[in-house]
Structures are given as C-alpha cells and as structure tokens.
Design a protein around this ligand. Structure first.
Ligand code: GLY
Ligand code: MN
Ligand code: MN
Length: 368
C-alpha cells in the first residue's frame, strides 16, 4: 500500500491557511519525511520543507550534496540545494522575500539560533506553532503505515530468533549485541532503530543500561530490547527477557507477573477510553503483588517514523485512545542487584477501534 504524501501536504496547507500563515516551514527530518517521502539526516546542515501559502508553492531546501536523493524520493518537485558555504537563511529569504508576516514553525524543535536567523531574514514576521497539528496527523496511522511497521516488527522477530542461536556462556553482552545488529542488516533493515540493549544477570535491572563486558552466565536473566528502522522509514521496538540454563523460583515469579501485566495492558486497549487506562491496568497487576516500586516508568510510548513519538501512555494521560494509534506496552519489574524483566509489544488500534498486536514472538518464559 502506498503512502499518500499529497494528502498530507494538502492537510498542512489547509491548516496553515485556516490559521492565516503566509509560510509553514517544517525542519524536523522525521516531519520532512512524513510530508515529502524524503528521509534524510542532514546532521547540522539546514533542511526544510517550505509551503508558501501566498503562491500555493511547496519547496524543499536540502543540503546540496543531497539534491539528487531528494529529487528521487520527494513528492515536492521544487528542490533548492544549499551548499555548505552558503547561508541557508539568506537563500530562504531570496525565495520568500522579506515581507513574510506570519510564519508557522515547529516550536519545540526550532532553536534559539534558528529563531534569531529567521528574525534577521524576516523582520516583520510573527510566529505560530504547527507542531501540535503535525503530531496529531502523525498520531493516526494509516493501514499503509501499519504494513511498514509490521515489516519492521517481523524483521526484529527474525533477528531475535536467529540471534538466540548465537547465545553462549562466556560471551559478553556487547558481543551478543553486535551479532544482533549484524543480523538486522542481513535480514533487510537499514539498521537498529536505537542502540541495541542486551543486559545479563543483575544488569537487567537497569531499564536503559548499555551492553558491556559482562559475560553471560548460567542462571542469568538475559534482557534483549531492540528494534530496526527499515528503508520505508518506520521503526520497531521489542523486548523479550530469557533465562540462561535454569530459572530460580523468584525469576519465574517475576517473569510471570510481568507477562500478566503485559497481557492486562494489551487487554485494556481499545478506542474511546483514556490512554491512562492501559497503564493503570498493567500497573495494577504488578502493584497488587507488592512490586509496584520496581516498575517506575510509563507503560508505553507511541512509535512510527521515530522510536518515541506520541502518545505517551502513562497513568495521568486523560486523552482518549483513538483509531490509528500505535504504541508499546512494556511493563517491567527491575530489582536492584537481582535483575529485571521487561516484555515489550507493539499494539495498533485498528479501524474497528480494537487492539491489534503487531508483535507475535512468544511471551512464555524461555530457558535458553
Ligand atoms: N528501547 C527503548 C524503549 O523501549 O523505550
Ligand atoms: Mn519502547
Ligand atoms: Mn524497547
């Protein structure tokens, strides 16, 4: 299924017109991709999709070295290259004139520096925020986007399945992470969607620990949290926790609780109820068994073009869940000095308002 970029651009134009903006300027690479199909990391260079509402014209300003790639990928045909020795704000001003009065920007990402440069180039301009509007558009995923996300999930499951065959007592967390990242590319991903997390034994109690020289040992928890980004631009993010060799009663108890919590979170998912309900349902299971203090993060986050995007699924989020949302359900119990368990799945609220779980990798405790 193809992505309808023109429809997205039309929505942006309608919004900008309704809000009397002369110009809408999009500079976040993920948002430039969302509207144009051109996916690129310009690093510190300037890149922007600009909509001029006075002439109904779209322009894509890109670093000169990216102009051919942009021309190939972008639905916006007017590509304006900016070379490294040029001042991008002067180039933008040459195309828009200095009389712009109302500028729409992504206020959360535009820096003080960019603001100053824009003020110098467009002295009459006032600024409005287009970010909340764009976030709302991106929040509601189409079936075409879900097909891409399912592909990213399927690849990471294949990586996990093959990667488990590489696990050996004595190898380090970092070595296993390296094997997994090799498999991601082998199975067709662009690369990891974030730096792969492999944590063994007591280190699995660190929700965002990084793989190091800790060697895998008999009796360890082995927590693997990873995802891929695929060329179509979408991410996956999946966690499974295993036990190496033999599980203790305590390990089994914690694992079972997290599994029940994950299931309770997923079972609560549907359109029309506040997002907080999903966190509360998952958290209750862990809290009721006395482990509430050891689950101290939200139950999930949206994902899509970016690894973390809206919505934030936490216990105070009163916003109503709606069709099209995609987010993780990732409860965990993290016991300092002992170890931790996290089980992370991706859930889509489909056209019928029901939960569709994209992650199918088994959730039962596997002793490897
Ligand atoms: N891997 C980061 C997260 O699960 O949110
Ligand atoms: Mn996650
Ligand atoms: Mn994760």
């Amino acid at each position: 299924m193809t992505i309808d970029y023109q429809n997205r651009l039309d929505s942006l134009r309608t919004y900008a017109k309704e809000n009397n903006m002369d110009i809408a300027m999009v500079t976040t690479p993920a948002n430039v991709f969302y509207f144009t199909g051109f996916l690129s990391d310009p690093h510190e260079r300037f890149m922007a999709l600009v909509l001029d509402n006075r002439s109904d014209e779209y322009m894509l300003f890109v670093p000169a070295l990216d102009k051919d790639l942009a021309a190939e990928a972008s639905i916006v045909e007017k590509i304006i290259p900016i070379s490294d020795e040029q001042n991008p704000y002067e180039i933008v001003q040459q195309h828009l004139g200095e009389d712009v009065e109302a500028f729409g920007l992504e206020m959360k990402t535009v820096t003080m520096f960019q603001h100053q440069q824009l003020e110098a180039a467009f002295p009459k301009a006032a600024y409005g925020d287009i970010q909340p509007f764009i976030n709302t558009l991106r929040l509601r995923k189409s079936r075409g986007e879900i097909e891409h996300m399912q592909k990213a999930v399927d690849i990471i499951e294949k990586v996990l399945e093959e990667g488990l065959k590489k696990v050996r007592i004595g190898m380090t967390e970092a070595e296993l992470a390296g094997e997994l990242e090799f498999l991601m590319k082998k199975f067709g991903a662009e690369g990891p969607s974030f730096s792969t997390i492999v944590l063994a034994g007591e280190k699995s109690a660190l929700p965002h620990g990084s793989p190091g020289d800790r060697q895998l040992q008999h009796g360890d928890f082995l927590l693997i949290d990873m995802g891929v980004k695929i060329k179509e631009g979408y991410c996956s993010d999946t966690t499974r926790t295993f036990v190496i060799g033999e599980a203790s009663e305590k390990q089994k108890e914690i694992y079972q609780l997290v599994k029940e919590s994950n299931q309770a979170g997923i079972d609560a998912v549907k359109a029309g109820v506040p997002l907080k309900e999903f966190d509360i349902a998952a958290r209750r299971v862990i809290h009721d068994k006395g482990y509430g203090d050891y689950f101290n993060n939200r139950v999930g986050h949206g994902l899509g073009i970016e690894l973390h995007e809206e919505p934030s699924v936490h216990e105070n989020n009163e916003n109503l869940a709606e069709k099209g949302l995609v987010f993780t359900i990732e409860p965990g119990i993290y016991l300092p000095g002992f170890g931790g368990v996290r089980i992370e799945d991706t859930v889509y609220i489909n056209e019928a308002g029901e939960a569709e779980v994209l992650t199918v990798f088994p959730r039962e405790l596997q002793i490897i």
